[in-house]
Design a protein around this ligand. Structure first.
Ligand code: NDP
Length: 265
């Protein structure tokens, strides 16, 4: 059942979505602010539109996969007359408030709208591991889910357009918390003269793998009681202070991300 699908945004994720939908046999029209970014997607048979309006007009269903909520507004504002009466799925990351604001604005223009939250990296799109959360009208989800299913398992989380964003951001919090813990652990070992590479391979990774299944298991108070855990945490924070390593876990991650961003600029 071939559908005509428009994709706004040919970043890493937009390209992964486009190539997967092409492989599933759909007719895909793509648009990107900066021309010439569609690359492989054109070789797979996508048509390149010269404006968002052209991509929307050529499609039964339009997917936006841009950087953030501001870029979605900027892209859709001039295209709104074309989008009126059509269907948009926004797979751009955003906050629940941004998703609700966008839904309100699109609703006024009679756009049928679903919020999406992509729980997958681009290479995982089209594999069994990938999940995309959707929220918005259930009947609309029911109609578009079969078309979107090749991308990732479609999982509807409620009628409130903010919910897909909420669950997406909360899942990211879990992920960034884990990353922050690992960054803190390695910083601590390095600061006190340890062998970071050996620590990571021989100690940290096996330890984290042992912990992961326990994260969601019922904890047995006879095994690791709360008083002991609170004390152990204080000892860990004290060790960090001794080594001059800030103990606020998210602070490490923030510093690491800014450093990565500076390095990439
Ligand atoms: P990229 O940085 O690779 O691409 C960003 C895209 O946004 C480009 O197409 C860029 O166009 C476009 N863009 C940026 N600003 C504007 C603007 N003002 N107007 C129009 N277009 C604009 O990002 P990704 O493709 O990786 O990510 C896209 C979305 O998917 C993000 O919201 C991200 O959070 C989400 N996501 C990404 C994941 C990943 O691992 N990559 C995982 C899960 C979600 P141009 O080429 O002109 O700059």
């Amino acid at each position: 059942n071939t559908q005509r699908i428009g994709i706004l945004g040919m970043g890493s994720m937009g390209r992964a979505l486009a190539s997967t939908l092409l492989e599933a046999g759909h007719a895909v029209t793509v648009w990107n602010r900066t021309p010439g970014k569609a690359g492989d997607v054109l070789a797979l048979g996508a048509h390149e539109a010269s404006s968002p309006e052209e991509a929307i007009e050529a499609s039964d269903l339009t997917i936006a996969c841009l950087l953030d909520a501001a870029s979605v507004r900027e892209t859709l504002t001039p295209a709104m007359p074309t989008l009126t009466g059509r269907t948009l799925v926004n797979l751009t990351s955003g906050s629940p408030r941004q998703a609700r604001d966008l839904a309100g604005w699109l609703g006024k223009h009679e756009v049928r709208f679903l919020t999406g939250g992509v729980l997958a990296v681009p290479p995982a799109i089209g594999t069994d591991e990938a999940v995309i959360l959707y929220s918005g009208p259930r009947d609309l989800f029911g109609r578009v889910a079969p078309t979107l299913a090749p991308l990732a398992r479609p999982h509807w989380v409620g009628g409130d357009p903010g919910f897909a964003a909420l669950y997406d951001m909360a899942a990211l919090s879990g992920m960034y918390g884990m990353i922050a813990g690992v960054v803190h652990a390695m910083t601590l070992v390095q600061a006190d003269g340890g062998d970071v590479e050996a620590f990571q391979r021989e100690v940290l990774q096996p330890w984290m793998e042992q912990m992961l299944p326990l994260m969601f298991a019922e904890s047995d108070p006879d095994e690791s009681n709360a008083g002991m855990q609170a004390t152990a945490l204080e000892i860990m924070l004290g060790a960090s202070a001794d080594a001059g390593v800030p103990a606020e876990l998210a602070g490490h991650l923030r510093a690491a991300l800014w450093e990565m961003r500076r390095a990439a600029a």
